[in-house]
Design a binder for this molecule. Structure first.
Ligand SMILES: Cc1cc2nc3c(=O)[nH]c(=O)nc-3n(C[C@H](O)[C@H](O)[C@H](O)COP(=O)(O)O)c2cc1C
Length: 235
């Protein structure tokens, strides 16, 4: 059993709460895993050229290209993204847009695989969790659990956070706030969040070891997607 764990944060490891949570989930699965950080990777969004319609292989060549095999070979996914402007950050969005290559006709390389979503925000995680789940649904991937946590707004690192009147620190804490290592948010300081990530990893490992029925899962996701879109159930 092999898991593909992806952190979509563009930040370096030390500063990324998404990467820390994704890693925590992966480490606790008890399965082999590939941990991929999109930080520093150049992955273009889908350009809708339909070059993948014939063979389900994206014709854009960039840092997504060598990851295609890992996506196909994985038995499960841990997909982490962060909140930029109340939506999924662009690096992760581009990465997942390119999974369009797997959507054509009866191509079923991803169908029914289990996934855990990891969503991180400065103040809000829900929009990211929802978008990650939607991407999974479009590929008939079954989201079995989600982990959500809060990281540090860029204002904690930019050098002007204490004095800037339009940044997140002023909005939340007002005038006179002093940034310290202790009050800089990070998921690793949130014991409940890290515990949830650890437990979610264990559960994902158990799902895989117990024998996950991909056909059944794919059918369930498909029905749920159809219902959301307002289509009638077949038969
Ligand atoms: C460009 C940018 C926009 C952001 N917009 C939001 C936002 O709209 N809502 C929010 O809750 N957090 C926002 N944040 C805060 C990030 O979600 C937060 O820094 C998070 O910890 C980033 O994930 P990371 O720690 O894995 O890099 C923003 C951060 C950046 C850099």
């Amino acid at each position: 059993m092999k898991i593909l764990a992806v952190s979509g944060s563009p930040r370096i490891e030390k500063r990324s709460s998404t990467l820390k949570l994704v890693k925590m989930v992966a480490e606790n699965t008890g399965c082999a895993y590939d941990l991929v950080s999109l930080a520093g990777k150049k992955i273009h969004g889908c350009i809708g050229c339909m070059g993948c319609a014939d063979d389900n292989i994206c014709k854009l060549k960039d840092d997504l290209t060598p990851l295609r095999d890992k996506i196909v070979e994985a038995d499960a996914y841990i997909l982490g993204g962060c909140n930029f402007f109340s939506t999924l950050n662009a690096s992760m969005h581009s990465f997942l847009e390119r999974w369009y290559q797997f959507r054509h006709r009866e191509q079923n390389e991803l169908w029914g695989k289990p996934a855990v979503t990891v969503s991180v925000g400065g103040v809000q995680t829900e929009p990211v969790a929802k978008i990650l789940e939607q991407f999974c649904m479009y590929n008939f991937i079954q989201v079995v659990d989600r982990v959500e946590g809060f990281g540090a707004a860029g204002c904690f690192y930019c050098g002007y956070g204490e004095t800037c009147k339009v940044g997140a620190i002023h909005a939340v804490h007002g005038d006179g706030f002093k940034i310290t290592e202790d009050n800089t948010p990070c998921v690793s300081k949130d014991a409940a969040c890290m515990e949830k990530a650890s437990q979610t990893g264990k559960n994902l490992g158990k799902i895989l070891k117990d024998g996950h029925d991909r056909s059944k899962a794919a059918q369930e996701v498909r029905e749920s997607l159809m219902a959301r879109r307002g289509f009638k159930k077949e038969g």
